[in-house]
Design a protein around this ligand. Structure first.
Ligand SMILES: Cc1ncc(COP(=O)(O)O)c(C=O)c1O
Length: 493
């Protein structure tokens, strides 16, 4: 047993200090009655002091009734400590240090005023349209468990530091293969950095490429978590509007007076509107990047789920000038707590990102990377995506149908060709907050799109996530929503 004992060479005699420390552990309950304590030899060895010093301390504790010995068995904390000793005030083992005022870095100060950790929803509504989750109950958990168990026992490689901060090499090869096939991404495994999801990819990009005061252009509305990262790194944000063909690139071009370092886009499925960046705009954006020297961040978060027509190839695959940093994630196609994503880097950025990743967190856990490698190599990933695409397609149609039949023209659905959510504009005399509150009262969770705008405005636009809801829940959720939106309850304050 290890007992944390602090001995100080310049303080009281060592036997006295050891006595005090052990006594404090007993009185504060850290060592409970009946616990066997190390032999004098073992204690002396672990503290690097003489055995006679330890014996002296133990004898004092024995004589005062804190310890007892059993012949041939060892020394124990006395099982019957006098009550008054146990109820005495706990001994202050450490001195209290009054905390000095915290001096935050520039980053820390911005962070303190902007981004907050989202609150975990304490009461989850019975039917939640809140966006984000895939269908967990469709995940092949037995297969995943057997792969975990297989790789856990196969070798001890995963217990060590991986020497590659870029990530487990076979996984990078499997991802390179997969994204060149499925997303027409043009890269080698050496350009792939395995990240802890999209969020870490964005964080590393900010740290390496952005200085406070630099300008980043981004879609408006756009992904709030990306915007928060940009803001906390002190970037100036330039909001570029989005229409049915995605980012309005001509607006970007009109800001020639800004030195735009980066532009963040979700071209395959604009978040949250669902627009797809058209081919002419893609080419225009790439040409603009070459001309200005800006880099493009392509966040390809859920493009695997495209309904009706073929998935749209990634912007990165059209890039001939190493202007695109491509981000992919397994949060939507597998599950978000896996925390595995990937960043495909232009070749000239690989070395600096490798160093930053190593200093930041060494690398991701290897066991999960090994499991995921086999999952991809054996074709399970693409099988799972095919299966889920058909399930989500069905759910999407049921949701859109339910919205039309309950709300008619009062609900305008857009962005329903891909992903795990649709955007819905509800035409009603109620405010967004009233809709959300009323829906909550009937067990329906709603998410407004207003926070995704740079200047939040209440437009009665909602993001309807349908990934984890079955058909019955989708229909019932819309039915309940309709009843509360229709009810003429006097306005609550
Ligand atoms: C636009 C966008 N990008 C990326 C992600 C995934 O983020 P992560 O990979 O950090 O889980 C999401 C998830 O909601 C998203 O909406």
């Amino acid at each position: 047993m290890d007992i944390a004992i602090n001995l100080n060479a310049n303080s009281l005699p060592l036997h006295q200090q050891l006595y005090e420390e052990l006594r404090a552990c007993i009185l504060t309950g850290k060592l409970s009655p009946g616990t066997r304590i190390p032999s004098t030899r073992a204690m002396a060895k672990s503290l690097n002091i003489s055995r006679s010093t330890v014996t002296q301390s133990y004898e004092q504790l024995l004589s005062e009734g804190y310890l007892e010995t059993t012949i041939g068995s060892g020394t124990y904390i006395c099982t019957q400590l006098p009550d008054d000793l146990l109820h005495s005030k706990p001994v202050e083992v450490t001195e209290k240090i009054s905390s000095p005022p915290i001096k935050l870095s520039k980053y820390g100060k911005i962070l303190a005023n902007t981004a907050n950790v989202p609150r975990v929803c304490e009461v989850e509504e019975e039917i939640s349209f809140r966006y984000g989750r895939p269908a967990f109950n469709e995940f092949p958990i037995k297969l995943w468990r057997s792969l975990l168990s297989k790789h856990c026992g196969a070798s001890l490689e995963w217990l060590d530091y991986s020497i590659e901060p870029l990530g487990y090499k076979p996984l990078r090869c499997a991802i390179a293969n997969y994204i060149s096939r499925a997303r027409a991404v043009n890269c080698t495994p050496e350009q792939i950095l395995i990240t802890n999801g999209t969020q870490q990819a964005l964080d590393l990009i900010m740290r390496l490429l952005i200085e406070p005061g630099n300008t980043i252009a981004l879609e408006d509305p756009g992904y709030l978590s990306a915007r928060l990262i940009f803001e906390t790194h002190g970037a100036n944000l330039l909001a570029i509007p989005v229409d049915d063909s995605g980012l309005v690139v001509s607006k970007l071009e009109s800001h020639s007076n800004h030195d735009i370092r980066l532009v963040y886009v979700t071209p395959s499925h604009q978040f949250p509107t669902g627009a797809v960046l058209s081919l002419p705009r893609r080419l225009e954006l790439l040409a603009w990047a070459i001309q200005t020297g800006a880099l493009i961040i392509e966040d390809d978060y859920d493009s695997e789920y495209r309904y009706g027509d073929r998935p749209i190839p990634a912007l990165q695959g059209l890039d001939k000038s190493e202007s695109v940093l491509y981000i992919g994630t397994f949060s939507k196609v597998l599950f978000p707590s896996l925390r595995i994503g990937y960043l495909v880097l232009p070749k000239n950025l690989v070395s600096i990102f490798t160093r930053a990743k190593w200093l930041s967190d060494r690398h991701l856990p290897i066991l999960e990377q090994q499991v995921l490698t086999e999952f991809i190599e054996q074709g399970h990933l693409e099988r799972h995506i095919r299966k889920m695409r058909s399930i989500y397609d069905q759910r999407r149609q049921v949701l859109v149908q339910a919205l039309h039949s309950h709300f008619g023209e009062k609900a305008t659905v857009f962005g329903d060709k891909a992903g795990l959510h649709v955007m819905v504009h509800l035409q009603t005399h109620l405010s967004e907050n009233e809709i959300i509150e009323r829906a909550q009262q009937v067990g329906v969770g709603m998410m407004s799109a207003s926070t995704q705008y740079l200047k939040p405005t209440s437009k009665n636009e909602f993001i309807f996530g349908y990934g984890e809801l079955d058909e019955q829940q989708l229909v019932e959720g819309v039915r309940r929503l309709k009843t509360v939106v229709d009810t003429n309850i006097s306005k609550t304050t």
